[in-house]
Design a protein around this ligand. Structure first.
Ligand SMILES: [Zn+2]
Length: 116
C-alpha cells in the first residue's frame, strides 16, 4: 500500500485528522518492510505490515497508535475516545458535538423523505 493510497482511504472516510500519522509512519519505514494495511480499529490507528522483524519499528507503530487515541480523527486536535450509538470514534469536543447533532438530524430525515 502506498502512502497516497493510505491517505486516500482515510480522506474518503473523512478521517483527515490522522493524515499526519500516515506521514510519520511512511517516513519511518525501514528497508525490507512493506505496509499492507492501515485502518481504524476501536477508534485507534492500526497498521499491518510484512517483512523483516524490527522491534524499533514495532515500538514506533505502537506509539502512533497511542497518539491516535488522543488525536481527533477529523481534525487532529486533542481528543477523547467517544461512543455514539455504539460507534467508537476519537473526537475533539467540537467534532463530538457535531457528530451528536448529525445523529439527531439522521433520525429526523427519514420522516421527511421516506424514500431515503
Ligand atoms: Zn476535531
Amino acid at each position: 500500500m502506498t502512502k497516497q493510497e493510505a491517505k486516500d482511504s482515510f480522506i474518503s472516510l473523512e478521517m483527515q485528522g490522522w493524515l499526519r500519522l500516515i506521514d510519520l509512519l511512511y517516513d519511518a519505514i525501514p528497508e525490507n518492510i512493506e505496509i499492507t494495511e492501515i485502518f481504524e480499529k476501536y477508534a485507534n490507528f492500526e497498521v499491518r505490515y510484512k517483512g523483516e522483524e524490527n522491534k524499533k519499528f514495532e515500538r514506533f507503530v505502537q506509539i502512533l497508535k497511542r497518539i491516535s487515541s488522543k488525536m481527533c480523527e477529523k481534525c487532529g486536535k486533542l481528543a477523547s475516545h467517544t461512543i455514539i450509538n455504539n460507534w467508537e470514534q476519537t473526537l475533539c469536543k467540537e467534532h463530538f458535538e457535531e457528530a451528536i447533532l448529525g445523529k439527531q438530524m439522521g433520525e429526523y430525515y427519514p420522516e421527511i423523505y421516506p424514500d431515503l
